[in-house]
Design a protein around this ligand. Structure first.
Ligand code: FAD
Length: 428
Protein backbone atom coordinates (compact mmCIF):
# COMPACT_ATOMS: atom_id res chain seq x y z
CA UNK A 1 0.00 0.00 0.00
CA UNK A 2 1.18 3.53 -0.75
CA UNK A 3 0.00 6.74 0.94
CA UNK A 4 -1.29 9.15 -1.72
CA UNK A 5 -2.73 12.63 -1.45
CA UNK A 6 -4.20 14.94 -4.06
CA UNK A 7 -3.11 18.51 -4.76
CA UNK A 8 -5.11 20.00 -1.87
CA UNK A 9 -3.14 17.82 0.63
CA UNK A 10 -6.21 17.36 2.80
CA UNK A 11 -5.07 13.89 3.86
CA UNK A 12 -2.89 10.91 2.92
CA UNK A 13 -4.76 7.75 1.98
CA UNK A 14 -3.48 4.21 1.52
CA UNK A 15 -3.83 2.79 -1.99
CA UNK A 16 -2.60 -0.20 -3.96
CA UNK A 17 -0.95 1.37 -6.99
CA UNK A 18 -0.62 -0.47 -10.30
CA UNK A 19 1.38 1.37 -12.90
CA UNK A 20 0.06 0.87 -16.42
CA UNK A 21 2.70 0.75 -19.15
CA UNK A 22 1.23 -1.27 -22.02
CA UNK A 23 -1.91 0.26 -23.50
CA UNK A 24 -3.02 -3.00 -25.11
CA UNK A 25 -3.13 -4.88 -21.82
CA UNK A 26 -4.98 -2.24 -19.77
CA UNK A 27 -8.39 -3.91 -20.17
CA UNK A 28 -6.98 -7.20 -18.86
CA UNK A 29 -5.48 -5.40 -15.86
CA UNK A 30 -8.85 -3.75 -15.14
CA UNK A 31 -10.67 -7.10 -15.28
CA UNK A 32 -8.18 -8.47 -12.83
CA UNK A 33 -8.32 -5.59 -10.28
CA UNK A 34 -11.93 -4.34 -10.15
CA UNK A 35 -12.98 -1.30 -8.14
CA UNK A 36 -9.90 0.66 -9.15
CA UNK A 37 -9.58 4.20 -10.50
CA UNK A 38 -7.32 5.88 -13.06
CA UNK A 39 -4.75 8.26 -11.57
CA UNK A 40 -2.77 10.68 -13.74
CA UNK A 41 -0.65 13.38 -12.09
CA UNK A 42 -2.95 13.83 -9.08
CA UNK A 43 -3.32 17.54 -9.96
CA UNK A 44 -6.98 17.44 -8.96
CA UNK A 45 -7.43 19.18 -5.64
CA UNK A 46 -9.88 16.94 -3.82
CA UNK A 47 -11.05 13.33 -3.94
CA UNK A 48 -11.96 12.84 -7.64
CA UNK A 49 -8.60 11.09 -8.21
CA UNK A 50 -8.54 9.13 -4.93
CA UNK A 51 -9.79 5.65 -4.05
CA UNK A 52 -8.75 5.09 -0.40
CA UNK A 53 -8.24 1.41 0.47
CA UNK A 54 -8.57 0.47 -3.22
CA UNK A 55 -6.53 0.34 -6.41
CA UNK A 56 -5.18 3.29 -8.39
CA UNK A 57 -4.18 2.65 -11.98
CA UNK A 58 -1.31 5.07 -12.46
CA UNK A 59 -1.34 6.08 -16.12
CA UNK A 60 1.93 8.05 -16.27
CA UNK A 61 3.71 5.03 -17.81
CA UNK A 62 1.39 5.34 -20.82
CA UNK A 63 3.58 8.14 -22.11
CA UNK A 64 4.17 7.46 -25.79
CA UNK A 65 3.36 9.63 -28.78
CA UNK A 66 1.70 7.49 -31.44
CA UNK A 67 1.45 9.80 -34.47
CA UNK A 68 1.54 13.47 -35.41
CA UNK A 69 0.38 14.76 -38.79
CA UNK A 70 2.20 18.02 -39.19
CA UNK A 71 0.15 19.13 -42.21
CA UNK A 72 -3.17 19.11 -40.32
CA UNK A 73 -2.27 19.17 -36.60
CA UNK A 74 -3.78 15.79 -35.70
CA UNK A 75 -1.96 14.23 -32.76
CA UNK A 76 -2.46 10.74 -31.31
CA UNK A 77 -0.83 9.91 -27.98
CA UNK A 78 -1.20 7.65 -24.99
CA UNK A 79 -3.29 9.01 -22.16
CA UNK A 80 -0.44 9.50 -19.66
CA UNK A 81 1.42 11.97 -21.90
CA UNK A 82 1.73 15.36 -20.20
CA UNK A 83 0.30 18.58 -21.60
CA UNK A 84 3.84 19.98 -21.18
CA UNK A 85 5.31 17.33 -23.48
CA UNK A 86 2.62 17.75 -26.14
CA UNK A 87 3.33 21.49 -26.23
CA UNK A 88 7.09 21.03 -26.34
CA UNK A 89 6.76 18.63 -29.27
CA UNK A 90 4.18 20.59 -31.24
CA UNK A 91 4.73 24.31 -30.61
CA UNK A 92 8.09 24.42 -32.44
CA UNK A 93 6.21 22.83 -35.39
CA UNK A 94 3.53 25.57 -35.39
CA UNK A 95 0.76 23.74 -33.49
CA UNK A 96 -0.55 24.13 -29.96
CA UNK A 97 -3.14 22.47 -27.75
CA UNK A 98 -6.29 24.59 -28.15
CA UNK A 99 -7.16 24.34 -24.42
CA UNK A 100 -4.72 24.13 -21.51
CA UNK A 101 -5.17 24.43 -17.74
CA UNK A 102 -3.21 26.60 -15.28
CA UNK A 103 -0.58 23.87 -14.85
CA UNK A 104 1.11 21.91 -17.61
CA UNK A 105 1.74 18.96 -15.29
CA UNK A 106 -1.49 17.14 -16.13
CA UNK A 107 -2.01 14.12 -18.33
CA UNK A 108 -4.07 14.04 -21.52
CA UNK A 109 -6.36 11.43 -19.87
CA UNK A 110 -6.87 13.63 -16.80
CA UNK A 111 -7.64 16.60 -19.07
CA UNK A 112 -10.38 14.58 -20.81
CA UNK A 113 -11.81 13.07 -17.61
CA UNK A 114 -12.30 16.52 -16.03
CA UNK A 115 -12.99 18.18 -19.40
CA UNK A 116 -10.70 20.98 -18.33
CA UNK A 117 -11.01 24.59 -19.49
CA UNK A 118 -8.43 27.29 -20.16
CA UNK A 119 -8.36 31.05 -20.47
CA UNK A 120 -10.02 30.90 -23.90
CA UNK A 121 -13.34 29.20 -23.20
CA UNK A 122 -15.18 31.96 -25.08
CA UNK A 123 -13.27 31.05 -28.26
CA UNK A 124 -12.39 27.37 -27.91
CA UNK A 125 -14.76 25.76 -25.40
CA UNK A 126 -13.23 23.03 -23.23
CA UNK A 127 -10.73 20.21 -23.81
CA UNK A 128 -13.39 17.73 -24.96
CA UNK A 129 -14.24 19.99 -27.90
CA UNK A 130 -10.89 19.11 -29.46
CA UNK A 131 -10.88 15.36 -28.87
CA UNK A 132 -11.38 13.53 -32.16
CA UNK A 133 -11.42 10.04 -30.66
CA UNK A 134 -10.20 8.03 -27.70
CA UNK A 135 -9.76 4.39 -26.78
CA UNK A 136 -11.40 3.28 -23.56
CA UNK A 137 -10.66 0.14 -21.53
CA UNK A 138 -13.46 -1.10 -19.25
CA UNK A 139 -13.54 -3.62 -16.44
CA UNK A 140 -15.59 -6.03 -18.58
CA UNK A 141 -12.40 -6.49 -20.63
CA UNK A 142 -13.51 -4.35 -23.60
CA UNK A 143 -11.14 -1.95 -25.40
CA UNK A 144 -13.11 0.26 -27.79
CA UNK A 145 -12.79 3.53 -29.66
CA UNK A 146 -15.31 6.35 -29.20
CA UNK A 147 -15.93 9.56 -31.16
CA UNK A 148 -18.08 12.68 -30.70
CA UNK A 149 -21.69 11.59 -31.10
CA UNK A 150 -21.20 8.28 -29.20
CA UNK A 151 -22.92 8.13 -25.82
CA UNK A 152 -19.77 6.80 -24.14
CA UNK A 153 -17.83 9.73 -25.58
CA UNK A 154 -20.17 12.21 -23.89
CA UNK A 155 -20.13 10.20 -20.66
CA UNK A 156 -16.31 9.95 -20.56
CA UNK A 157 -15.53 13.60 -21.39
CA UNK A 158 -15.84 15.11 -17.93
CA UNK A 159 -16.77 11.62 -16.66
CA UNK A 160 -14.41 11.82 -13.64
CA UNK A 161 -12.67 8.56 -14.56
CA UNK A 162 -15.82 6.56 -13.84
CA UNK A 163 -16.53 5.13 -17.31
CA UNK A 164 -13.22 3.32 -17.85
CA UNK A 165 -9.55 4.05 -18.42
CA UNK A 166 -8.67 6.05 -21.53
CA UNK A 167 -5.60 4.48 -23.08
CA UNK A 168 -5.04 6.76 -26.07
CA UNK A 169 -6.41 10.06 -27.34
CA UNK A 170 -6.57 11.72 -30.77
CA UNK A 171 -6.51 15.51 -30.55
CA UNK A 172 -6.96 18.32 -33.04
CA UNK A 173 -4.34 20.98 -32.38
CA UNK A 174 -4.56 24.64 -33.30
CA UNK A 175 -2.20 26.54 -35.64
CA UNK A 176 -0.03 29.16 -33.93
CA UNK A 177 2.65 31.49 -35.27
CA UNK A 178 5.02 30.51 -32.44
CA UNK A 179 5.30 30.27 -28.66
CA UNK A 180 4.58 33.95 -27.97
CA UNK A 181 1.57 35.91 -26.82
CA UNK A 182 0.98 39.66 -26.78
CA UNK A 183 -0.46 40.33 -23.34
CA UNK A 184 -2.33 43.41 -22.12
CA UNK A 185 -2.81 43.97 -18.39
CA UNK A 186 -5.54 46.34 -17.15
CA UNK A 187 -6.75 47.13 -13.64
CA UNK A 188 -10.45 47.14 -12.74
CA UNK A 189 -12.00 48.71 -9.65
CA UNK A 190 -15.17 46.66 -9.25
CA UNK A 191 -17.25 43.90 -10.82
CA UNK A 192 -19.05 46.26 -13.22
CA UNK A 193 -15.71 47.19 -14.70
CA UNK A 194 -14.68 43.53 -14.82
CA UNK A 195 -17.76 42.55 -16.84
CA UNK A 196 -17.33 45.53 -19.18
CA UNK A 197 -13.73 44.50 -19.86
CA UNK A 198 -14.66 40.83 -20.30
CA UNK A 199 -17.49 41.63 -22.74
CA UNK A 200 -15.53 44.12 -24.80
CA UNK A 201 -12.52 41.75 -25.04
CA UNK A 202 -14.27 38.58 -26.16
CA UNK A 203 -14.44 39.34 -29.88
CA UNK A 204 -10.82 40.38 -30.39
CA UNK A 205 -8.89 38.56 -27.69
CA UNK A 206 -8.28 34.83 -27.65
CA UNK A 207 -7.45 34.58 -23.95
CA UNK A 208 -8.95 36.51 -21.06
CA UNK A 209 -8.53 35.98 -17.33
CA UNK A 210 -8.38 38.09 -14.22
CA UNK A 211 -7.02 38.09 -10.73
CA UNK A 212 -9.52 39.38 -8.20
CA UNK A 213 -8.69 40.72 -4.76
CA UNK A 214 -10.86 38.40 -2.69
CA UNK A 215 -10.59 40.63 0.38
CA UNK A 216 -11.59 43.89 -1.28
CA UNK A 217 -15.31 43.04 -1.11
CA UNK A 218 -16.10 45.14 -4.19
CA UNK A 219 -14.08 42.93 -6.48
CA UNK A 220 -11.17 45.03 -7.68
CA UNK A 221 -8.61 43.18 -9.73
CA UNK A 222 -6.28 42.90 -12.68
CA UNK A 223 -7.59 41.83 -16.08
CA UNK A 224 -5.31 40.11 -18.60
CA UNK A 225 -6.01 39.50 -22.28
CA UNK A 226 -3.75 37.95 -24.86
CA UNK A 227 -3.39 36.87 -28.46
CA UNK A 228 -0.81 34.63 -30.12
CA UNK A 229 1.76 36.64 -32.06
CA UNK A 230 4.72 36.10 -34.30
CA UNK A 231 7.54 37.60 -32.24
CA UNK A 232 10.30 36.67 -34.65
CA UNK A 233 13.45 35.38 -33.06
CA UNK A 234 12.63 36.37 -29.51
CA UNK A 235 14.17 33.81 -27.15
CA UNK A 236 12.46 32.71 -23.93
CA UNK A 237 14.22 33.70 -20.73
CA UNK A 238 15.62 30.51 -19.17
CA UNK A 239 12.77 28.94 -17.17
CA UNK A 240 13.66 29.52 -13.54
CA UNK A 241 11.75 27.56 -10.94
CA UNK A 242 11.84 27.63 -7.17
CA UNK A 243 10.50 25.00 -4.83
CA UNK A 244 8.69 25.26 -1.49
CA UNK A 245 11.21 22.96 0.20
CA UNK A 246 9.14 21.66 3.12
CA UNK A 247 5.69 21.82 4.66
CA UNK A 248 5.68 24.71 7.16
CA UNK A 249 4.09 23.96 10.54
CA UNK A 250 1.32 26.51 9.88
CA UNK A 251 -0.25 27.85 6.70
CA UNK A 252 1.73 30.75 5.23
CA UNK A 253 -1.53 31.93 3.68
CA UNK A 254 -3.41 33.52 6.56
CA UNK A 255 -5.22 36.71 7.54
CA UNK A 256 -1.91 38.45 8.34
CA UNK A 257 -0.21 37.66 5.02
CA UNK A 258 -3.23 37.82 2.72
CA UNK A 259 -4.35 41.43 3.03
CA UNK A 260 -0.90 43.03 2.53
CA UNK A 261 -0.10 40.61 -0.31
CA UNK A 262 -3.31 41.39 -2.19
CA UNK A 263 -2.91 45.15 -1.70
CA UNK A 264 0.71 45.00 -2.86
CA UNK A 265 -0.16 42.86 -5.90
CA UNK A 266 -2.95 45.22 -6.97
CA UNK A 267 -0.80 48.32 -6.65
CA UNK A 268 2.18 46.72 -8.39
CA UNK A 269 0.06 45.79 -11.44
CA UNK A 270 -2.41 48.64 -11.55
CA UNK A 271 -0.84 50.59 -14.40
CA UNK A 272 -1.95 49.40 -17.81
CA UNK A 273 0.82 47.67 -19.75
CA UNK A 274 1.55 45.42 -22.69
CA UNK A 275 4.19 42.72 -22.95
CA UNK A 276 5.27 39.73 -25.00
CA UNK A 277 5.16 36.53 -22.97
CA UNK A 278 6.14 32.93 -23.63
CA UNK A 279 3.15 30.60 -23.49
CA UNK A 280 4.51 28.73 -20.46
CA UNK A 281 4.74 31.98 -18.47
CA UNK A 282 1.29 33.17 -19.53
CA UNK A 283 -0.66 29.92 -19.25
CA UNK A 284 1.15 28.29 -16.33
CA UNK A 285 2.60 30.98 -14.04
CA UNK A 286 2.18 28.82 -10.93
CA UNK A 287 4.44 26.12 -12.35
CA UNK A 288 7.38 28.39 -11.53
CA UNK A 289 6.90 27.54 -7.86
CA UNK A 290 7.19 23.78 -7.51
CA UNK A 291 5.19 22.21 -4.68
CA UNK A 292 3.48 25.54 -3.91
CA UNK A 293 0.64 23.54 -2.37
CA UNK A 294 2.90 22.94 0.66
CA UNK A 295 2.51 26.63 1.56
CA UNK A 296 -0.84 25.85 3.14
CA UNK A 297 0.81 23.85 5.91
CA UNK A 298 0.10 20.39 7.33
CA UNK A 299 -3.70 20.55 7.03
CA UNK A 300 -3.79 21.43 3.35
CA UNK A 301 -6.41 23.57 1.64
CA UNK A 302 -9.73 23.50 -0.17
CA UNK A 303 -10.12 24.98 -3.58
CA UNK A 304 -13.59 26.37 -4.30
CA UNK A 305 -14.49 26.84 -7.96
CA UNK A 306 -18.00 27.66 -9.06
CA UNK A 307 -19.60 28.71 -12.32
CA UNK A 308 -22.73 30.86 -12.28
CA UNK A 309 -25.11 31.67 -15.12
CA UNK A 310 -24.51 35.11 -16.55
CA UNK A 311 -27.90 36.45 -15.46
CA UNK A 312 -27.44 35.76 -11.75
CA UNK A 313 -23.62 35.77 -11.89
CA UNK A 314 -22.76 39.35 -11.05
CA UNK A 315 -24.87 39.55 -7.90
CA UNK A 316 -23.78 36.10 -6.80
CA UNK A 317 -20.06 36.84 -7.29
CA UNK A 318 -20.52 40.08 -5.36
CA UNK A 319 -22.24 38.21 -2.53
CA UNK A 320 -19.50 35.54 -2.49
CA UNK A 321 -16.71 38.13 -2.39
CA UNK A 322 -18.40 40.06 0.42
CA UNK A 323 -18.85 36.86 2.42
CA UNK A 324 -15.19 35.95 1.91
CA UNK A 325 -14.00 39.47 2.80
CA UNK A 326 -16.00 39.23 6.03
CA UNK A 327 -14.29 35.95 6.90
CA UNK A 328 -10.79 37.42 6.32
CA UNK A 329 -9.59 34.18 4.70
CA UNK A 330 -9.00 33.27 1.05
CA UNK A 331 -6.07 33.03 -1.32
CA UNK A 332 -3.34 35.10 -2.92
CA UNK A 333 -4.49 34.05 -6.32
CA UNK A 334 -8.23 34.19 -6.84
CA UNK A 335 -9.28 33.83 -10.47
CA UNK A 336 -12.37 35.37 -12.03
CA UNK A 337 -13.26 34.82 -15.67
CA UNK A 338 -16.19 34.52 -18.03
CA UNK A 339 -17.07 31.39 -20.00
CA UNK A 340 -18.46 31.66 -23.54
CA UNK A 341 -21.76 30.42 -24.92
CA UNK A 342 -20.54 27.01 -26.08
CA UNK A 343 -22.22 24.07 -24.31
CA UNK A 344 -19.74 21.36 -23.28
CA UNK A 345 -19.79 17.93 -24.89
CA UNK A 346 -19.65 15.95 -21.65
CA UNK A 347 -22.67 14.89 -19.60
CA UNK A 348 -20.86 15.99 -16.41
CA UNK A 349 -18.66 18.73 -17.86
CA UNK A 350 -18.18 21.68 -15.56
CA UNK A 351 -17.92 24.57 -18.00
CA UNK A 352 -21.20 26.26 -18.96
CA UNK A 353 -22.03 29.76 -20.20
CA UNK A 354 -21.48 32.22 -17.35
CA UNK A 355 -18.79 33.40 -15.00
CA UNK A 356 -16.41 31.33 -12.91
CA UNK A 357 -14.57 32.14 -9.69
CA UNK A 358 -11.80 29.95 -8.21
CA UNK A 359 -9.90 30.41 -4.99
CA UNK A 360 -8.17 28.47 -2.25
CA UNK A 361 -8.90 28.39 1.47
CA UNK A 362 -6.44 27.08 4.05
CA UNK A 363 -8.07 24.18 5.86
CA UNK A 364 -8.95 25.48 9.32
CA UNK A 365 -11.45 22.75 10.07
CA UNK A 366 -15.04 23.57 11.03
CA UNK A 367 -14.77 27.32 10.37
CA UNK A 368 -13.61 26.71 6.78
CA UNK A 369 -16.38 24.18 6.14
CA UNK A 370 -18.92 26.63 7.53
CA UNK A 371 -17.71 29.37 5.20
CA UNK A 372 -17.84 27.01 2.19
CA UNK A 373 -21.42 26.03 3.11
CA UNK A 374 -22.36 29.70 3.12
CA UNK A 375 -20.84 30.04 -0.37
CA UNK A 376 -22.75 26.90 -1.47
CA UNK A 377 -26.01 28.60 -0.51
CA UNK A 378 -25.20 31.52 -2.83
CA UNK A 379 -24.22 29.18 -5.69
CA UNK A 380 -27.36 27.06 -5.19
CA UNK A 381 -29.61 30.12 -5.21
CA UNK A 382 -27.93 31.45 -8.38
CA UNK A 383 -28.36 28.05 -10.11
CA UNK A 384 -24.63 27.51 -10.42
CA UNK A 385 -22.42 24.47 -10.04
CA UNK A 386 -19.12 23.51 -8.42
CA UNK A 387 -16.14 21.94 -10.22
CA UNK A 388 -15.58 18.29 -9.18
CA UNK A 389 -11.88 18.51 -10.18
CA UNK A 390 -11.41 20.95 -7.30
CA UNK A 391 -13.87 19.53 -4.81
CA UNK A 392 -13.58 17.47 -1.63
CA UNK A 393 -16.83 18.32 0.17
CA UNK A 394 -19.73 19.58 -1.93
CA UNK A 395 -23.16 18.48 -0.67
CA UNK A 396 -25.03 15.89 -2.78
CA UNK A 397 -27.98 18.19 -3.49
CA UNK A 398 -25.70 20.83 -5.00
CA UNK A 399 -24.01 18.20 -7.16
CA UNK A 400 -27.37 16.88 -8.34
CA UNK A 401 -28.86 20.29 -9.07
CA UNK A 402 -25.66 21.47 -10.78
CA UNK A 403 -25.40 18.45 -13.06
CA UNK A 404 -28.86 17.79 -14.57
CA UNK A 405 -27.51 15.04 -16.89
CA UNK A 406 -26.34 12.94 -13.94
CA UNK A 407 -28.94 10.16 -14.41
CA UNK A 408 -28.08 9.88 -18.09
CA UNK A 409 -24.41 9.60 -17.11
CA UNK A 410 -25.01 6.90 -14.50
CA UNK A 411 -26.26 4.49 -17.18
CA UNK A 412 -22.78 4.56 -18.76
CA UNK A 413 -20.71 4.23 -15.59
CA UNK A 414 -18.35 1.30 -15.38
CA UNK A 415 -19.67 -0.52 -12.32
CA UNK A 416 -16.22 -1.98 -11.63
CA UNK A 417 -14.75 1.49 -11.02
CA UNK A 418 -15.06 3.53 -7.86
CA UNK A 419 -13.60 6.69 -6.33
CA UNK A 420 -13.82 8.54 -3.04
CA UNK A 421 -15.89 11.15 -4.88
CA UNK A 422 -18.27 8.63 -6.48
CA UNK A 423 -18.90 7.03 -3.09
CA UNK A 424 -19.51 10.45 -1.56
CA UNK A 425 -21.75 11.90 -4.29
CA UNK A 426 -23.21 8.92 -6.18
CA UNK A 427 -23.42 6.49 -3.24
CA UNK A 428 -21.09 3.87 -4.78
C1 FAD B 1 -2.07 24.69 -10.34
C2 FAD B 1 -3.28 24.06 -10.98
C3 FAD B 1 -3.96 24.78 -11.93
C4 FAD B 1 -5.09 24.23 -12.54
N1 FAD B 1 -5.75 24.97 -13.47
C5 FAD B 1 -6.84 24.46 -14.08
C6 FAD B 1 -7.53 25.20 -15.08
O1 FAD B 1 -7.13 26.31 -15.44
N2 FAD B 1 -8.62 24.64 -15.65
C7 FAD B 1 -9.07 23.40 -15.30
O2 FAD B 1 -10.08 22.95 -15.86
N3 FAD B 1 -8.43 22.66 -14.36
C8 FAD B 1 -7.34 23.17 -13.75
N4 FAD B 1 -6.67 22.42 -12.80
C9 FAD B 1 -7.16 21.08 -12.49
C10 FAD B 1 -6.50 20.00 -13.37
O3 FAD B 1 -6.35 20.47 -14.70
C11 FAD B 1 -7.41 18.78 -13.42
O4 FAD B 1 -7.67 18.33 -12.13
C12 FAD B 1 -6.80 17.64 -14.27
O5 FAD B 1 -7.81 16.72 -14.52
C13 FAD B 1 -5.64 16.96 -13.55
O6 FAD B 1 -5.07 15.98 -14.43
P1 FAD B 1 -4.22 14.78 -13.83
O7 FAD B 1 -3.51 14.13 -14.95
O8 FAD B 1 -3.42 15.25 -12.68
O9 FAD B 1 -5.39 13.82 -13.34
P2 FAD B 1 -5.74 13.30 -11.86
O10 FAD B 1 -5.91 14.47 -10.99
O11 FAD B 1 -4.78 12.25 -11.46
O12 FAD B 1 -7.17 12.64 -12.14
C14 FAD B 1 -8.27 13.46 -12.45
C15 FAD B 1 -9.44 12.62 -12.89
O13 FAD B 1 -9.16 12.04 -14.16
C16 FAD B 1 -9.30 10.66 -14.12
N5 FAD B 1 -8.31 10.13 -15.06
C17 FAD B 1 -6.99 10.38 -15.09
N6 FAD B 1 -6.43 9.71 -16.10
C18 FAD B 1 -7.42 9.04 -16.72
C19 FAD B 1 -7.47 8.13 -17.83
N7 FAD B 1 -6.38 7.80 -18.52
N8 FAD B 1 -8.66 7.59 -18.16
C20 FAD B 1 -9.78 7.92 -17.48
N9 FAD B 1 -9.80 8.76 -16.43
C21 FAD B 1 -8.62 9.30 -16.07
C22 FAD B 1 -9.07 10.28 -12.67
O14 FAD B 1 -9.71 9.04 -12.35
C23 FAD B 1 -9.73 11.44 -11.96
O15 FAD B 1 -11.12 11.25 -11.90
C24 FAD B 1 -5.53 22.92 -12.19
C25 FAD B 1 -4.82 22.19 -11.23
C26 FAD B 1 -3.69 22.75 -10.64
C27 FAD B 1 -2.94 21.96 -9.61
Amino acid sequence: MVAINSWGRLGQFEHTVHRLTDRLSVATQLQHDRYGLAFGMGRSYGDVCLNPGGVLWNTTGLDRFISFEEHNGKLVCESGVLIRDIQRLCVPRGWMLPVVPGTQYVTAGGAVANDIHGKNHHKAGSFGDHVLQFTLARTDGSLMQYRPGDALFAATVGGLGLTGVITEVALQLQRVPGPWLAVETLPYRNLNEFFELADSSEADWEHTVSWVDCLSGEGRGIFMRANSVDAGNEQPAPARTIRVPFVPPVSLVNRWSLRPFNAMYFHAKKSQRTSIQHYEAFFHPLDKVLDWNRMYGPHGFYQYQCVLPRKSGKDAIQAILRRIAKSGTGSFLAVLKTFGQRESKGMLSFAMPGVTLALDFPNQGASTLQLLSALDAIVREAKGRLYPAKDARMPIDLFESGYPRLNEFLVHRDTGISSAMSRRLMSN
